[in-house]
Design a protein around this ligand. Structure first.
Ligand code: ADP
Ligand code: MG
Length: 439
């Protein structure tokens, strides 16, 4: 599937002096490939052509001029390493790469109710990094809602306005990996000094720092130095600071010093706007009824809206067909079923039990206590919706009950929800918790 979508449409154009030139259907296509397959492509090219190997591209239907021709795949092995900003002790200097993806900008970030505060704050910070009271700026929300886009847009804007500022974006995982490498090579001081000299530090998915005490400790010191020097710190997370279990309390309290802004799922109008904008960006023509169909059926994740367009575009262009409502239906169904593979019945049970404060093992035995029965029924209800497991498998998971018990549980939740507003609200809250874990 990946190969068909992304690699099949690539046309080789030329190969001269270690430079391979390829042609891609749209600019977006290139960016997608560059973002997701850069490593693999690099490895492949350099293993065949050596460090001199390069890849350049042109976009179909665009006249090729010198400036159209962009070299995006790393030019040498050094560039590959530079993908995570890393400390390089060579000749006493530390060099880095801001690591920002130029695709993430404010002008292609669509505003909506769900991201209003976060977007406005991001703008204010870009004008005066480190100088506002929004330090740190902590953005949180579910998957695919634009956290990475927004925090990188801040970085891109700052570099544009203040070219002298050292801006660094990195994922919490890269930060952790670099730290571990620094420990192994006895370069912790260097590592620390490097980060203490940054003007704008942007760290994505800080929830992955939970449970990593040593890295937290180091980050705590870097945080303090930067904050005292009025350097801007920007963080993203899938949940608000107070819900970061396993995070040092000192860090949690610092995360609350500035501004914590959430991003909520897009409302209908925003979903329409996103689809229309992205379609234009990808050079697609797509009718209103298709846009409306997708906006009504993909509701809680902007990445999925985008993914849906891309899949439609790829499928239609491969089969030389127009984008039809039937195709939209098929792709929406595929996306819904992809969504399911990520979660297990146990994951769901855990989320439900944690929220209801009920011991997990109890839902698996025969207890008939009211709150346990509710937790069990809700777990079954969501397991049916969010996993690919059969009713039989779900029943077996809950103490060997049979499939009719599962059907009964799902029905009673659905029926009771209609009259019981508290239950309806509970189901809604749990659904958003569960959706935080799907991607
Ligand atoms: P997150 O980091 O919250 O998981 P991302 O920032 O990766 O989400 O967003 C997922 C995709 O949706 C990206 O391609 C991003 O460009 C797009 N996107 C998210 N929010 C918006 C928005 N408000 N306007 C335009 N595109 C958006
Ligand atoms: Mg992200």
């Amino acid at each position: 599937m990946t190969f068909n979508t992304w690699f099949l449409p690539i046309r080789p154009v030329s190969f001269e002096e270690n430079v391979i030139k390829i042609q891609l259907p749209t600019q977006f296509f290139w960016e997608w490939i560059d973002e997701h397959y850069n490593h693999i492509l690099n490895k492949a090219i350099q293993s065949v052509l050596g460090p001199q190997g390069k890849l350049t591209y042109i976009i179909a239907d665009e006249k090729e001029t010198e400036s159209d021709l962009k070299i995006s795949v790393a030019k040498s092995n050094d560039d590959i390493k530079a993908q995570t900003p890393s400390v390089k002790p060579s000749n006493g200097n530390t060099t880095f790469n801001s690591n920002l993806n130029p695709r993430y900008r404010f002008d292609n970030f669509i505003k909506g109710e769900g991201n209003q505060l976060a977007r406005a704050t991001a703008g204010a910070i870009s004008d005066n990094p480190g100088e506002t009271s929004f330090n740190p700026f902590f953005v949180y929300g579910g998957v695919g809602l634009g956290k990475t886009h927004l925090i990188q847009a801040i970085g891109n804007r700052i570099i544009e306005k203040f070219p002298e500022k050292k801006v660094i974006y990195l994922s919490t995982d890269s930060f952790t990996v670099e730290f571990v490498e620094a420990i192994q090579s006895n370069r912790v001081n260097e590592f620390q000094n490097f980060y203490r000299n940054i003007d704008v530090l942007i760290i994505d998915d800080i929830q992955f720092l939970t449970g990593k005490e040593k890295t937290q400790d180091l980050f705590f010191h870097i945080f303090n130095t930067l904050h005292q020097a009025r350097k801007q710190i920007i963080l993203s997370s899938d949940r608000p600071p107070k819900e970061l279990k396993g995070m040092d309390e000192r860090l949690i309290s610092r995360f609350k010093w500035g501004l914590a802004a959430d991003i909520q799922p897009p409302e209908y109008e925003m979903r329409i706007a996103i689809l229309k904008n992205k379609a234009e960006e990808f050079g697609m023509t797509i009718s209103n009824d298709i846009v409306e169909y997708i906006a009504s059926n993909i509701t809680s994740n902007i990445r999925e809206l985008e993914g849906c367009l891309i899949k439609m575009l790829a499928t239609a262009s491969l089969n030389s067909k127009d984008i039809s409502l039937d195709l939209a239906r098929k792709i929406v169904r595929e996306i819904a079923s992809d969504r399911k593979v990520n979660l297990s019945i146990d994951d769901i049970t855990k989320i439900v039990c944690e929220y209801l404060n009920v011991p997990e093992n109890k839902v698996r035995d025969k207890t008939r206590k009211k709150e346990i029965v509710l937790a069990r029924q809700l777990s079954m209800y969501f397991a049916k919706e969010y996993t690919k497991s059969s009713l039989k498998t779900i029943g077996l998971h809950f103490g060997g009950r049979d499939h009719s018990t599962v059907i009964h549980a799902c029905n009673s939740i659905e029926v009771e929800m209609k009259d019981d507003l508290h239950l309806a609200e509970l189901v809604g809250k749990l659904r958003s918790k569960i959706e935080l874990h799907t991607s």
